[in-house]
Design a binder for this molecule. Sequence first.
Ligand SMILES: [Zn+2]
Length: 93
Amino acid sequence: MKRGHVPVRQCVVCRQRLEKQKLARFVCRPAPPAPEQSQRPGPSQWVADASGSLPGRGAYICSAQCAERVEKNKRYRALSGAATMKYANTCRI
Ligand SMILES: [Zn+2]
């Protein structure tokens, strides 16, 4: 039995497997309830999960480059806003 096992997660953009702590985690939160006039719920929202402990479906991104490319990914396109914002904050000098 190994001690000090490092959890590994996969970047949704480049499919690279990396240590969980090196990736940025995002969580898909359900849309807020639709206003009464409209029966359609709004789009679900992706938020950066800095603590790594928010409930919900998570996705991981490994780098600012991947944060930009996620826009081209059909499944995770909605993540693009939160992802670029996250990396815009962390990469600033
Ligand atoms: Zn990546």
